[in-house]
Design a protein around this ligand. Structure first.
Ligand code: DGL
Length: 291
């Protein structure tokens, strides 16, 4: 399919089922400090990873329409592996004039880095059971030949929601979250640099970046942990930045607006914690059918 040329003016939309995509927004903000971003946390409808494809497609279309309604949307970053896996093709077909940038588990970079040829992949059930992920995995395995790399997939039930809840309660006590991470990590097997061990861990859900410190303690200091925020930010910049020099000097914090379909207070906590943004950047989108 021909690549869509995005508008070179206006704002960049970013969306996720909740706060996970803020990990991508962090990278976008660092890569494009003068850009204007509008972020949508569809928290009233999370977690996407444990919902049907139809549900995620419907929500992704709704969010796209809401962001389009806000003015000149020049590109939309689907900062959610699940929505990318399940809905991006339908979004591209329905909104052919809008440039979509998706995120997917970084299997290719993992293959390039692994020495033991065992890679752990953490993702949602929705992502790991999708046709799009299956296609990606097959193509990476085909590229790996004649080496045989094993990808150990772990559908991390409950983890994205637990990360949301941890932020919402602003709890210092992370024991429950640590226990859940430990359960999922143990299911994948042994981590380390010895033959037969997993030496590379792919974070295939944007939420998991926020438990990277916990995961690091569990897998040890030598394991590569790979996320996708930076790569997505670079690709977004390449697609959206005009070739002429950009001299705008407006403050970064004036350029970001965040919406949620969940709790405004929770988004404010997350925005302050992860992006150092004051509360007035956050707004509540009230929808009669929000659950
Ligand atoms: N952050 C999302 C992802 O990257 C979705 C998590 C969820 O809502 O289940 O898959």
């Amino acid at each position: 399919m021909a690549q869509i040329e995005p508008n070179k003016s206006g704002f960049i939309g970013v969306f996720d089922s909740g706060i996970g995509g803020l990990s991508v927004l962090q990278a976008l903000r660092a890569e494009m400090p003068q850009e204007r971003f509008v972020y949508w946390a569809d928290r009233g409808f999370a977690p996407y990873g444990e919902r049907s494809d139809e549900f995620v497609i419907e929500r992704s279309h709704f969010v796209t329409q809401q962001l389009l309604a806000q003015g000149s949307l020049k590109a939309l970053v689907v900062a959610c592996n699940t929505a990318t896996a399940v809905a991006i093709e339908s979004l591209r077909a329905t909104f052919p004039n809008l440039a979509f940038i998706g995120v997917e588990p970084a299997l290719k970079p993992a293959l390039a880095q692994t020495q033991t040829l065992r890679v752990g992949v953490m993702g949602t059930q929705g992502t790991l059971s999708s046709l799009r992920f299956d296609k990606l995995l097959r193509s990476v395995l085909a590229d790996a030949k004649p080496k045989t790399c094993e990808f150990v997939l772990q559908a991390c039930k409950g983890l994205a929601l637990a990360i949301e809840q941890q932020t919402e309660k602003s709890l210092e006590d992370t024991q429950a979250l640590e226990d859940l991470c430990a359960q999922h990590v143990q299911c994948m097997g042994s981590f380390g640099l010895e033959p037969g061990q997993i030496d590379t861990l792919v974070l295939g859900c944007t939420h998991y970046v926020f438990v990277q410190d916990i995961l690091r303690k569990l897998v040890g200091p030598d394991v590569n942990i790979i996320s996708t925020g930076e790569a997505v930010a670079k690709q977004t910049k390449r697609l959206t930045t005009p070739t002429s020099s950009h001299t705008e000097t407006t403050k970064v914090s004036n350029q970001i607006q965040l919406w949620t379909t969940g709790s405004l207070e929770a988004l404010q906590l997350a925005a302050s914690r992860w992006l150092d943004l004051p509360a007035h950047h956050c707004q509540l989108f009230q929808t009669p059918s929000a659950k």
